[in-house]
Design a protein around this ligand. Structure first.
Ligand SMILES: [Zn+2]
Length: 454
């Protein structure tokens, strides 16, 4: 079935519903035939293909958790055996997300999926008001493993046929010192690119704007700022708008996204506070359920957000819990007219992972990295704001350690390297005494990472 409708802005509800039904049915056919994880699960549950009739039957399917996926990510990739077209199964790229073991978990996209990824990223840009006159400045850092944020910002530009400049902020690569830019270099790149769109981690964009102001740099062309949502409230929005106006931007619109590796994109705002829109209703379906009982909740009430892939060929998930609770609405958006699911208010995490400096961090991975170091007797990690009086300042991870008596002089440096390798964030390392109350006064349920940001 060829689609001539624009799934995001169509006024023909019946046609969109028919398309979603058709895609879901085809997905179920493929999953029952060739999805290693669900085939096994459905046998355990006694479910056969005939038991699930269209989207109304979705509730018969079990919930998939992040733990299920992380335990055996390869079992979530459709097997290739009976695909009619090679493009459906040839791997285009693999992105990684943090798993419960701290080991990065692969998310596979085939050549078929990549075209859909371009389309959904194009829709994100349309929702955010991007035009063909825009230029993107990609401010995502290069990560240790392939990650959607950096790569899809490049792809989004391609999907919209507009220029993109990647600033590559962060640590300069040791093997290739020409690769990677320090903060002042990023400011210079931002100026010379004349970018109209800044796209990156909000705390970094704020830091860059602050440095630009110090240096007397101007960014008058900036009219859009795309940020990911964690910890980004109204105060942060106002602060960033003010900073950009001081750099010469006239009326910047800051569009917040709720992104996930499992989408290879994000649910984005079309206007401040308009909710995070599903950018591709022909590719994704969202539900909200009670986090304990998994019973559906009414639209507008807070529930655990579930994602179902309607048209993927690589990694495929059904009723996958993204790990956040939010309020879901299916009403047409007053601002942009899109008829798609939206999450109102910022989703909250429920799965124990923390976001530090924009990175999704598993506390257990940090514990494992530090535990591997024999010269550390005890430790407590703390994540706080660089400036305790300023909730908008950068995150700071501090690792407080009780070192062994004979600990080497390079212990702190070794820990910084191993923690960075494990969780992607470099801690400041501070020594404390064994009788420090931070260690001696804590209970048996103490958390390895204390979050002092709220
Ligand atoms: Zn809208």
């Amino acid at each position: 079935m060829s689609t001539t409708i624009d799934p995001l802005f169509t006024s023909d509800v019946a046609q969109l519903t028919a398309l979603r039904e058709q895609r879901f049915g085809a997905t179920l056919d493929r999953v029952f035939a060739a999805h290693p994880y669900y085939r096994r699960k459905f046998v355990e549950l006694g479910l056969s293909r005939g038991d699930v009739h269209g989207l109304a039957g979705l509730r018969k399917l079990p919930i998939t958790t992040k733990a299920d996926y992380v335990a055996e990510p390869d079992a979530f990739v459709l097997s290739a055996a009976d695909a009619a077209d090679h493009a459906e199964t040839v791997v285009w790229d693999v992105m990684y997300t943090t798993g419960s073991s701290g080991k990065p978990t692969p998310f596979v996209s085939t050549a078929y999926d990549f075209v859909n990824i371009l389309a959904l990223n194009r829709n994100m840009m349309r929702l955010r008001g991007v035009t063909t006159s825009d230029t993107i400045l990609n401010l995502f850092p290069l990560t240790r493993y392939p990650h959607g944020a950096f790569a899809r910002a490049m792809n989004a530009a391609a999907a919209m046929n507009i220029p993109v400049v990647a600033a590559l902020p962060g640590h300069v690569n040791e093997r290739q010192p020409e690769i990677g830019s320090r903060l002042d270099e990023v400011v210079a790149i931002a100026e010379r690119s004349r970018a109209t769109i800044l796209w990156g981690v909000p705390t970094f964009i704020r830091k860059m704007a602050a440095r630009a102001e110090q240096l007397g740099a101007k960014l008058p062309a900036v009219r859009l700022v795309f940020v990911t949502g964690e910890g980004f409230g109204d105060a942060a929005r106002k602060d960033l708008e003010d900073r950009l106006q001081r750099l010469g931007a006239t009326a910047p619109f800051i569009s917040v996204s709720y992104g996930a590796t499992e989408m290879q994109g994000g649910m984005v705002e079309c206007a401040p506070g308009a909710g995070n829109h599903n950018p591709a209703p022909d590719q994704f379906l969202f539900e909200a359920v009670d986090p304990e009982t998994y019973a559906p909740v009414q639209d507008g009430e807070e529930g655990l957000i579930l994602l179902t892939h309607l048209d993927r060929r690589g990694t495929v998930m059904l009723r996958y819990a993204l790990g956040d609770v939010a309020r879901l609405t299916r009403e047409r958006c007053h601002h942009c007219g899109a008829l798609t699911e939206r999450l109102m208010g910022m989703p909250r995490r429920t799965d124990g992972l923390l976001k530090i400096k924009g990175m999704l961090v598993n506390p257990q991975a940090l514990v494992d990295a530090v535990a591997a170091e024999a010269e550390v007797l005890e430790f407590q990690a703390i994540v706080a704001k660089e400036d305790a009086g300023d909730p908008l300042s950068m995150d700071r991870l501090v690792l407080k350690i009780v070192p062994a008596a004979r600990a080497g002089a390079d212990l702190a440096e070794r820990l910084q390297r191993s923690v960075q390798k494990a969780i992607g964030v470099t801690p400041a390392v501070e020594q404390i005494a064994a009788d420090d109350p931070l260690i001696s006064a804590r209970g048996w349920k103490a958390k390895p990472i204390l979050d002092l940001r709220k």
